[in-house]
Every structure is written in C-alpha cells, then in structure tokens.
Design a protein around this ligand. Structure first.
Ligand SMILES: C[S@@+](CC[C@H](N)C(=O)[O-])C[C@H]1O[C@@H](n2cnc3c(N)ncnc32)[C@H](O)[C@@H]1O
Length: 256
C-alpha cells in the first residue's frame, strides 16, 4: 500500500514537471505505470495499433472522430494528438476510467489543450440521445473498439442505428468483434489465444460476455438500418486476441 502511494506521488511529481511546451511522445510514458493506474493490458501496442489502423483507413487531421467507448484514452491520446483541435469526441460509461485517463494520460501530455469533447454516457437498448454528447456534430469516423464483445445484441443493434444517424454521408463506422466463422448454428464457446499462446487466453460465448458473433448477425442487423451498409470484415487488424474489424459505411443519398 505504502509502495503504491509513494509510486503515485513520484508519478505526480514527474507529471507536474511536464509542461505543454515540452510535450513528451505518448509512447514514451512508462507502460507499466499506466497499466497500473489506468487499467487494461496491452496499453501501448493496442493503443497505437488502433491509431495506425484508422490512419491507414483514411483518417485525416481535419476529420471528426467519435471514439466510443474511449476507455482511458488508450487510443484516444493518439487520435487527439493527430486530429485538429476540437475534432475528437470520446464517450464511455466508465467514470473512473475517464477521470484517470484525463488526469494521468491527457493532462500530462498537454492534450486537453486540443479541446477534446469527453462525456460519460452509457449505450442502452433504448434510443440513445447522442446529441447530448456531440451537439450537432456529424462524424466522418466512428470508432467502436472492444465494445461489441461486452454488450448484448439488442444494445449493438440500437447502437448501430443511432450511430448511423450521426455519420456524415459516406462516413465510416469501425467496430471490433470476436468472430464465429462457423455460422449461427454453432453455439459452442471458443478459445481466443493471446499472441498465439494459450497462456492468458480468453474464452468467448454466443450468449454472454465476452460475446462472439457471426458476420450474418451484422449483415442482418445492418440490413434493417436505413443507409447503413456492412462494407467488409477486415482480417488484417492486429490484435493480441485476434479481434476482427468490421467496417460499416453510411450510404450517400442517391447511392444505388
Ligand atoms: C475493453 S474497454 C475498451 C476501451 C477502449 N475502446 C480501448 O480500446 O481502450 C471496454 C469499454 O467499454 C465500456 N462500455 C461497456 N459497455 C458500455 C456501454 N453500454 N456504453 C458505453 N460504454 C460501455 C467500458 O466502460 C470500457 O471502458
């Protein structure tokens, strides 16, 4: 206990010395400390992989991005740094994660100066009034990383419906899933090795958290949402547990 509080006060002293003029590279923050304070494994690799992936998918500094759930800004710190001031929006239901993320990640990096819009909010199966968080902003990109494996299907359905309404025409929504490639009739748990090893592997289920899904489920869900199309399941997203990436597109008016 004493060691943790002395670690915390050493960290605080260290962070206080960081001025906006001398902003460190986000990757230079000691990952073992962030992991303890902010939570989550794979702080560095999964954070920067998300950012690099979305950049490869076309994210430009002038775009507006909704990062939902933003967690403790594992990827958000990279997005905020890259995007123009005011173009990043982060929402998550976890108050503590957001608070710690602001205190230990964004503020020390001087990233609050980029005026990210950050809100505590919980997606439910009822219509979600996202204008509470985002005002009149319409997003070029919506990034939903490591969420669909934690929420039931009816919330996923509602989330896709609501997100579709706040994408610009042609805007893209990315969401990770644990894929069940065997089809809906397959109802067994599935083992997800971590970095190809069974040590610390995760087991996913068709009917509870952590969930896995078929592509059919998302195709069917998107087909009931006007203007939203499931564009692709991308197999090249690098993730230690093998999460796959879905790309949805909001159709432009008049598109075939
Ligand atoms: C595994 S974390 C991923 C966070 C972030 N995307 C990342 O990759 O670092 C899952 C997050 O989902 C959030 N979450 C779970 N259910 C939610 C809901 N119904 N509405 C909003 N956030 C939710 C949790 O609070 C948690 O921060």
């Amino acid at each position: 206990m004493r060691r943790l509080s002395s670690l915390k006060s050493r960290l605080r002293r260290l962070l206080l010395r960081v001025t906006p003029e001398r902003r460190p590279d986000p990757n230079a923050l000691p990952p073992q400390i962030l992991r303890k304070l902010v939570g989550g494994d794979h702080w560095d690799d999964v954070g920067s992989n998300q950012f690099e992936y979305l950049k490869k998918e076309g994210l430009q500094p002038g775009h507006s991005l909704l990062d939902l759930p933003c967690g403790s800004f594992r990827a958000g710190r990279h997005f905020i740094d890259y995007l123009e001031t005011g173009h990043y929006f982060g929402v998550d239901m976890g108050v503590v994660g957001i608070e710690r993320g602001i205190q230990y990640v964004l503020e020390p990096l001087g990233l609050m100066e980029k005026r990210p819009t950050i809100h505590v909010g919980r997606l439910t199966a009822e219509p979600n009034d996202l204008s509470l968080f985002t005002g009149f902003t319409r997003f070029d990109y919506i990034w939903m990383h490591a969420l669909f494996d934690h929420i039931p299907n009816e919330i996923i359905h509602r989330a896709l419906q609501d997100m579709s309404s706040i994408l610009v025409p042609g805007g893209k929504l990315y969401a990770t899933i644990f894929l069940n490639p065997h089809g809906p009739a397959f109802r067994e748990p599935m083992i997800r090795p971590r970095n190809d090893s069974l040590e610390n592997a995760v087991v996913t289920f068709p009917d509870h958290d952590p969930w896995h899904h078929t592509i059919d489920f998302f195709q069917e869900t998107a087909s009931g949402i006007p203007a939203l199309r499931l564009d692709a399941c991308l197999y090249d997203y690098p993730h230690p547990l093998g999460l796959r990436m879905l790309r949805f597109v909001r159709e432009s008016p008049g598109a075939p």
